[in-house]
Design a binder for this molecule. Sequence first.
Ligand code: ADP
Ligand code: MG
Length: 210
Amino acid sequence: MASFSELGLAPEQLAVLQQLEYFEMTPIQAASLPLALAGHDLIAQAKTGSGKTAAFALPLLARLNPRHFGVQAMVLCPTRELAEQVAQEIRRLARAQDNIKVLTLCGGAPMRAQITSLEHGAHIVVGTPGRLMDHIQRESLKLDGLKSLVLDEADRMLDMGFFDDISWVASHCPPGRQTLLFSATYPDGIARLAAQFLRHPQEVKLAETH
Ligand code: ADP
Ligand code: MG
């Protein structure tokens, strides 16, 4: 099994992984982390429970400048519940850096409170496509400093009819950002999304499905 210590992560980040008892990389982490940390766009496919969150969270944290108080990473998730889970995992992994602010922005919650939170500043936003689109349209969410865009559970987002919202959001992200697409399956829509919004993506597919 591969060790996180081979990745060139900051010693503080390795210490946090030890605290969380992440002693070895899962197969999807071992396959995708070297590519994502090197700056490649990625299409990564692996079953649920395989550790995909850390596979995108560690690269986006590595690119983050904690002293720049603007949104540098955005994660799109299919549901509020999944967005909360992803935000929690990012917060745990972000303990190595000072005061990283992670905000969840999902529908069903009051808009006003989210706008106030955004005004106070956030480094990372995690949310559902419709609500993120709403904030971008109102300019409560500004993406000019965005370095990382993540589409998590992309197959489920497509099942839920989010293709157009995802396209709209991705087309409002700066062209120089890194895009990481994670999915449990690989339907046609994923290839269409990737062709439109990823740049020379590396593909990582783990066959072990059951
Ligand atoms: P997925 O998104 O692929 O469904 P998650 O990112 O939610 O998977 O991870 C599943 C579980 O595995 C979580 O409880 C997470 O904390 C744990 N986990 C992730 N990576 C590791 C690791 N390298 N070692 C031990 N546990 C891990
Ligand atoms: Mg997941």
